[in-house]
Ligand binder design. Structure first.
Ligand code: NAD
Ligand code: ZN
Length: 235
């Protein structure tokens, strides 16, 4: 039985932003927008060819200005507004959840809209046109080079202690639009389940970990989620 006090943790992945026009990771044979993951999403890739990596993320950052949140993002805002205990954890680096109105939100893999100093680690929101070109930008504090504020493969995801605490306390865990290939996020289902949560998956294709969900619904997040949210709020 779902009640107003029910503790929710929601995990989203690239699939929830697909209907807004942002391509998912595994759309084209494991390539991300035609680039190999090692090339554009690892510290080694950045070291080997920073200009290529910089240009890649500048393109992703510019794309944010052309896309809008969809009904899936909006349904999660309704859920947060209604329930007292709600945490949204996203693997996405786009800003569509916050633009839709989500507040209790953790970007575990970082944010395209922010840049971070390689020297002093200062993080700055930088999305003006003057920040979206191909020239590297420098830190406002120490003039160090700025890098994307993104968690690359082999780097530590952000705010893991908070996420694990919420997972161990939640009563309902829902994973939406995530392939179940990327760890540690793919393991959240198991942590929540081990602590007694009811687990629900919503995805266009059956994810890698599909058999471990208590319930799985196959389809588009923007079509399925609004129905769920209505149902839960009415209960
Ligand atoms: P993924 O690309 O590995 O998997 C996406 C999943 O979403 C697939 O299983 C697919 O079947 C499903 N999907 C596609 N369209 C959907 C829809 N309309 N509704 C519901 N499900 C749909 O994505 P992932 O598991 O999030 O892992 C990819 C990694 O790549 C993440 O760590 C993320 O940081 C990064 N990434 C982010 C973005 C973004 O911010 N929008 C986009 C691409 C990649
Ligand atoms: Zn600095």
């Amino acid at each position: 039985m779902i009640q107003k006090e029910t503790k929710f943790v929601i995990l989203t992945g690239a699939g929830i932003s697909a209907e807004s026009g942002i391509r998912t990771f595994r759309d084209s044979n494991g390539l991300w927008e035609n680039h190999r993951i090692e090339e554009v999403a690892t510290p080694e890739g950045w070291k080997a060819n920073p200009q290529l990596v910089w240009n890649f993320y500048q393109q992703r950052r510019k794309q944010l200005l052309e896309v809008e949140p969809n009904q899936g993002h909006e349904a999660l805002v309704q859920l947060e507004d209604y329930f007292d205990n709600f945490l949204l954890v996203t693997q996405n680096v786009d800003d569509l959840h916050e633009r839709a109105g989500s507040k209790n939100l953790i970007h575990m893999h970082g944010e395209l809209a922010k840049l971070r100093c390689e020297a002093c680690h200062h993080v700055e929101y930088m999305m003006d046109n003057k920040h979206l070109g191909e020239a590297f930008l420098t830190c406002l504090h120490c003039e160090g080079r700025l890098r994307p504020h993104i968690v690359w493969f082999n780097e530590m995801p952000m705010r893991m202690a908070e996420i694990e605490k919420a997972l161990s306390e939640c009563e309902v865990f829902v994973a939406i639009g995530t392939s179940g290939h990327v760890y540690p996020a793919a393991n959240f289902l198991h942590i929540a389940k081990r602590h007694g949560a009811h687990t629900i998956g919503i995805n266009l294709d059956p994810p890698e970990n599909v058999y471990f969900f208590d319930e799985f619904f196959q389809g588009k997040a923007g079509e399925i989620l609004p129905h769920f949210v209505q149902k839960w709020i009415q209960e």
